[in-house]
Design a protein around this ligand. Structure first.
Ligand code: SAH
Ligand code: SF4
Length: 378
């Protein structure tokens, strides 16, 4: 096999048109191919009946359609599925399907591991291995469609929403994520509404600042702390891009959207760390000028973490203070917990290249020896 063949799965409309022009073909071939791949689930050129035999032969020489593969699948009692998806680098990344009344959300990964090391995140504690290619990112949606038997049945669309909240920081894999997002929203591919495709970021400010040039997808911001002193500790990228700069970039993105969509502010509630009444008041003050709704996420524990989830009473009080300040507040229900599919529990199978996982385990052992039940900020 010729390794130079182009994987067509991850090419957005513009890229696929350029590919066909390069072959001396008309650009409309792009839409034809997209429909076969992303709406019918067809990855064999020979099955594409409206493509001439000559072109199919040519395509077989220069191109391929190669989704990633599924290594393992877990089914939760509550209807959630989690898959471990094998990517080119040899890592396993995770994707999760969450069915709810009237909609189905697919949570997908953008990187194998993550380089950002947020103190509460299992993926971050694992370190970083590689960026996913655009084909591996959109390939997760392709695989989920195949697994759920959706291809070729537009009326049975069970994936209505996609959130980039799996493993990795999407805005650190900008080009590949943006090509995949184009395909999610393309009517010749998955045709999802821009309101239902969400990029979640921990705050890569330069990328947020140029995001509007490439997409108008929805934005979620993993804020998790109402001031720089605390955010510096639990979301380390804050030391580089502090809150004021971050919120300005988010407002800039929202201002340029053609509609009045708001950002989702994600806020994990960790007992004794960021869940005090004073934190809620500070948060209410901080977000006064940011068009947003707030999504509170009770911390999901994972092995090796000393953090604990906030009590139900603390969660209720936090929520009430924000509601009283006039915010729309939702609390993310924990789904897929028993299969390790809840937010922040995704670890897949990543060979850490940063050696962070080893450092994390060593540091954890020291902490445990010093204090059996610490609930501290690292
Ligand atoms: N890197 C991106 C997207 C992936 S993380 C980001 O940080 O936004 C997706 C969401 O899961 C984020 O809001 C993240 O903060 C949250 N999360 C991470 N660890 C968690 C945990 N242990 N419990 C609950 N949510 C967690
Ligand atoms: Fe990376 Fe997001 Fe986890 Fe932070 S929360 S370590 S940015 S995946």
């Amino acid at each position: 096999m010729n390794d130079q063949r182009t994987n067509l799965l991850g090419l957005n409309k513009t890229q696929l048109e350029a590919f066909f022009l390069n072959l001396g073909e008309k650009p409309f071939r792009a839409a034809q191919l997209q429909k076969w791949m992303h709406q019918q689930g067809v990855i064999e050129f020979d099955a594409m009946s409206n493509v001439s035999k000559a072109l199919r032969e040519r395509l077989k020489e220069v191109a391929e359609i190669r989704p990633p593969t599924i290594r393992e699948r877990f089914d939760a009692q509550d209807g959630c599925y989690k898959w471990i998806v094998e990517v080119q680098s040899g890592s396993g990344v995770e994707m999760v399907y969450i069915p709810e009344a009237g909609r189905g959300t697919l949570c997908i990964s953008s990187q194998a591991g993550c380089s950002l090391d947020c103190s509460f995140c299992a993926t971050g504690k694992q370190g970083f291995n590689s960026d996913l290619s655009a084909a591996e990112i959109i390939g997760q949606l392709w695989l989920a469609n195949q697994e759920l038997g959706i291809f070729g049945k537009r009326s049975a669309a069970r994936i209505t929403n996609v959130v980039m909240m799996g493993m990795g920081e999407p805005l650190l894999n900008f080009d590949n994520v943006l090509s995949a997002i184009d395909l999610m929203m393309d009517d010749n591919a998955y045709g999802l509404s821009k309101r239902r495709v969400t990029i979640s970021t921990s705050g890569v400010v330069p990328a947020i600042e140029r995001l509007h040039e490439y997409t108008d997808a929805s934005l979620a911001l993993s804020l998790h702390a109402p001031n720089d002193a605390l955010r510096d500790q639990i979301v380390p990228i804050n030391r580089k891009y502090p809150i004021k700069m971050l919120l300005a970039s988010v407002k800039g993105y929202l201002d340029r959207l053609p509609d009045s969509r708001v950002a989702t502010i994600e806020y994990i509630l960790i007992s004794g760390v960021n869940d005090h009444r004073q934190h809620a008041r500070e948060l209410a003050e901080l977000l006064r000028d940011v068009p947003c709704k707030i999504n509170l996420i009770p911390f999901n524990p994972f092995e090796g973490s000393a953090y604990r989830r906030s009590s139900n009473a603390a969660i209720s009080t936090f929520r009430k203070l924000l509601l009283d300040a006039g915010y729309t507040v939702t609390i993310r229900t924990t789904r897929g917990d028993e299969i390790g599919a809840a937010c922040g529990q995704l670890v897949g199978q990543v060979d850490d290249r940063t050696r962070r996982s080893a450092r994390h385990l060593a540091a954890q052992a020291v902490r445990e020896a010093a204090a059996p039940q610490p609930v501290t900020i690292r």
